[in-house]
Design a binder for this molecule. Structure first.
Ligand SMILES: [Zn+2]
Ligand SMILES: [Zn+2]
Length: 245
């Protein structure tokens, strides 16, 4: 399994980083895990051919994770002229959220006669799924229920495990999410400011022993967190970082 971090930024593009967008490749299939508002630029920068992506999987419905969907679909319709089926997967309510987002960004477009079949798949902690040939388990995260349910995912393929927190404050669900993972990509938004909806570095350090991943990579960093990133023992993500599992 290959995971390319196309967007490692927070919601505001701190440090010049793109919004969250992960490219995942396994067994000849390709998907995106989150597709934040700046993701079309990130995909173009990385030279990713959109029509080969079979699936978009979302952690939650904030713009920096979900906001790239409308432009992705319109580009597929009018530029890439996609004919391949597309699966749009995410937490409960993903279809309604998608239609709302399309209609907001491009009024009238939610009624498009799409050139390609779209299948919506709800992935919940009670309903694991196989997406793009990868077994996907969802874990409930603690972030902002107005943009949720918010979920982290554990992707399993060929004996390798990639875990991603999405956005979340500390929750004990991060323990089973990360257990035995070959890599855990975990948000670490703030340095010393404790928030109810994001993780800070001090809290992460306090729970470090609970995270059973072989490799821990921090992402979604605020300007203050970015200023400290180089001095930390953990790896931190950057746009273009590739995790080969
Ligand atoms: Zn975010
Ligand atoms: Zn968020």
């Amino acid at each position: 399994m290959k995971v390319a971090i196309l967007g490692s930024g927070d919601a505001f593009g701190s440090g010049g980083r793109f919004n969250t967008c992960l490219y995942v490749e396994a067994a000849g299939e390709q998907m995106l895990l989150d597709c934040g508002g700046s993701s079309m630029v990130a995909l173009n920068n990385a030279g990713i051919a959109r029509n080969q992506l079979s699936t978009l999987l979302f952690t939650h419905f904030h713009g920096d994770h979900f906001g790239g969907l409308p432009a992705f679909l319109l580009e597929a319709q009018f530029v890439s002229r996609r004919t391949q089926p597309l699966t749009i997967a995410g937490p409960r309510g993903v279809e309604q959220r998608a239609l709302q987002a399309i209609e907001t960004d491009f009024p009238g477009a939610s009624n498009n006669a799409w050139r390609f079949p779209i299948t919506y798949v709800e992935v919940t902690p009670d309903a694991a799924a196989t997406l793009a040939g990868i077994a996907v388990e969802a874990f409930p995260m603690v972030h902002d229920q107005r943009a949720g349910p918010c979920q982290g995912y554990r992707l399993v393929h060929d004996g390798k495990i990639f875990a991603f927190s999405g956005d979340s404050a500390w929750t004990d669900a991060l323990i089973p999410l990360s257990a035995g993972a070959d890599a855990l990509l975990i948000e670490c938004y703030t340095w010393d400011q404790v928030l109810a909806n994001h993780l800070d570095y001090g809290t992460l350090r306090a729970h470090r022993a609970d995270l059973g991943a072989k490799r821990i990579v921090l992402t979604h960093m605020s300007p203050q967190m970015l200023a400290h990133a180089e001095e930390l023992p953990e790896e931190h993500a950057y746009d273009g970082m590739v995790l080969s599992l």
